[in-house]
Design a protein around this ligand. Structure first.
Ligand code: ATP
Ligand code: MG
Length: 578
């Protein structure tokens, strides 16, 4: 059971437990004082936020202690792996801002891994077993009952060697035999009850083709790859803690050149999402999302398309720290890391998402006023731009109310507000659409003396709203995203139910006719911008065309407009649980 909402570690210089351990190892001269880590993805899906945590951890250790970090593809299951995944993983690691030292594939070590198997057989530490998976399971015992030895456990070394070679040569049917370690069928650790080292698989591999008819298991191949690459600290998630005795067994019984150590840390879980390639693959295959790069997914390609920056993700990983116990991080922490990053770097612009026409009665027809707007108040070097102002504007539908309550500080009949960077306006009248009963146009007057946003007579207004000149506006689709899952812990479902029941049917809303200030037409795909009063948006890298951008909302502003408004009691907060 997960403990919700771990509090972030203070960002101070305190070392986390893995750093402490590595520091101590270096001080003692263990592994010759070297630090060499690896990030070992299986190329069976796209990388997600959990992998980002592992990447940041492995690479930052070597940055801190002056070591090396490899990228190793753990490609030992040919049926689920592909070149597409291999390529996307390399792209994503680089995008996150890391350069590996060496690039390896477990399959590149297949020959050595096999030779170690013959060594184990010769030492009497491995045997060929003819039991099928079910029979093997039956003999394995349970947590409370010891297992029983396989009837093939006593085969001679010669017979085992002969059978292993014939397994390799492809003489036997898939699943007919396995190579098993001979350890201890009574071990309290189930992983030590003669685990499988090799299985027969008549499947072609994306790198080795048809060269192999047997493939090593993760538990057998992983320590050997670590040893062959000279890895000193092999970092993995907590599920592998009770595999460590097997890791050590393989390492110590094979005459490897070097003896790495496995260290486990808590995997990352985040509220309102799932971090498992298997589950993400289902969402993609069953078309609950548009692909691996759907902006609602926690994949790195989805987050990138959503407008997440590498530095925001690195900051997030740093802030949540590295722990020994599993917990779930509030998604708000992820969103805050992005806000903090984009607040400093994203230019500001005005965009009206749900447009309402505002006609300024006393503004000269055909005239255009160019108003000065600050590009980024957090960054004086970003300068300013000119925004065209004219007689007909668009304002946000929500910024006008016919019957406004007392604390509604935006536009209403008879009320005066400031138009951002422009003038004070006072609403005079409005028209209703006879078909819908909704307001279709508001007529107002402006005070020319308030140009720039201040009244010379010192008169104050309480509200400032944004606007776009109708004649100059760029029409663009804007996609608003919400959490992909409506449940805080989507994987916690009643017995017999599927995590898909927790999908959020309202995770995507498309506003087809947002009106944007003209400077946004030229925003390069993949670039971020703050739509004032709304949040951070990114020009979609795939669907934008020159002069015709499509925007994705990356994250709403912290105290977004909608939240200040009194929401109906059943409304869901925009960004997770507080
Ligand atoms: P998944 O369950 O999503 O398939 P995995 O562990 O099987 O994840 P791998 O490709 O084998 O995926 O993982 C590569 C590395 O990333 C491993 O070292 C693994 O421990 C780490 N990793 C995977 N998921 C997480 C996570 N949620 N938090 C932290 N590290 C993770
Ligand atoms: Mg895995």
């Amino acid at each position: 059971m997960s403990a919700p909402h771990a509090t972030p570690e203070p960002a101070a210089e305190r070392l986390h437990f893995i750093e402490e351990r590595v520091q101590a190892d270096v001080a003692q001269g263990l592994h010759g004082g070297r630090v060499h880590t690896r990030f070992p993805p299986e190329p069976n899906g796209y990388l997600h936020l959990g992998h980002a945590k592992s990447i940041c951890l492995n690479f930052s250790l070597t940055q801190r202690f002056g070591g090396r970090c490899n990228l190793r593809f753990d490609d030992t299951n040919p049926t689920t792996e592909s070149v597409e995944y291999v390529e996307s993983i390399q792209r994503d690691v680089k995008w996150l801002g890391f350069e590996w030292n060496e690039l390896y594939f477990a399959s590149g070590f297949f020959e050595s891994i096999y030779e170690f198997a013959e060594e184990l057989v010769r030492k009497g530490l491995a045997y060929v077993c003819d039991l099928d998976a079910e029979a093997m399971r039956e003999l394995r015992g349970t947590l409370t009952a010891p297992g029983k030895p396989s009837p093939f456990r006593g085969r001679s070394v010669d017979e085992n060697l002969d059978l292993l070679r014939r397994m390799r040569a492809g003489e036997f049917a898939e699943g007919a035999r396995t190579l098993r370690a001979k350890i201890d069928m009574a071990s309290p650790n189930m992983n030590m009850r003669d685990p499988v080292l090799y299985r027969i698989l008549h499947a072609d591999h994306h790198r080795t083709g048809s060269a192999w008819r047997i493939y090593p298991t993760y538990d057998y191949a992983h320590p050997l790859c670590d040893a062959l690459e000279g890895i000193t600290h092999s970092i993995c998630t907590l599920e592998f803690e009770n595999h460590r005795p097997l890791y050590d067994w393989v390492r110590d019984n094979c005459s490897t050149p070097h003896k790495p150590e496995q260290i486990e840390f808590a995997r990352l879980n985040v509220t309102y999402t799932v971090l498992s390639k298997r589950k993400l693959l289902r969402l993609v295959n069953e078309k609950h999302v548009s692909g691996w790069d759907d902006p609602r997914l926690p994949t790195l390609s989805g987050l990138r398309r959503r407008g997440y920056t590498p530095s925001a993700l690195r900051t997030f990983c740093e802030r949540i720290g590295v722990a020994k116990f599993n917990s779930t991080i509030d998604v708000v922490q992820l969103e805050n890391a992005l806000r903090d990053d984009l607040n400093k770097t994203a230019p500001r612009a005005m965009a009206v998402l749900r447009p309402l026409r505002l006609v300024i009665e006393n503004f000269p027809e055909g005239e255009v006023d160019e108003l000065e707007a600050v590009n980024n108040p957090e960054d004086p070097a970003a300068g300013s731009r000119k925004v065209p102002f004219s007689k007909v504007l668009y304002i946000e539908r929500d910024d006008f109310r016919v019957d406004a309550p007392k604390d509604f500080f935006r536009l209403a009949p008879g009320k005066e507000v400031r138009l951002r960077y422009a003038y004070f306006v006072t609403a005079k009248s409005f028209t209703l659409d006879p078909a819908t009963g909704e307001v279709s146009e508001v007529v107002c007057t402006y005070d020319p003396a308030t140009r720039g946003g201040n009244a010379p007579d010192g008169r104050k207004v309480k509200g400032t709203i944004h606007w776009v000149s109708a004649a100059h506006a760029v029409n663009a689709p804007v996609r608003l995203y919400d959490h992909l899952f409506a449940a805080e812990f989507p994987e916690e479902v009643p017995e017999g139910q599927d995590f898909l029941v927790n999908l959020n049917p309202k995770s995507l809303e498309v506003l087809p006719n947002a009106q944007l200030e003209p400077s946004l037409a030229q925003l390069a795909p993949g670039k971020s911008v703050q739509f004032e009063r709304h949040g951070y948006f990114v020009a979609d890298a795939l669907d934008s065309r020159p002069g015709a951008p499509v925007f994705n909302r990356s994250v709403a502003l912290r105290d977004s407009w909608a939240k200040i408004e009194k929401k109906p009691a059943n409304a869901k907060p925009a960004s997770g649980r507080k």
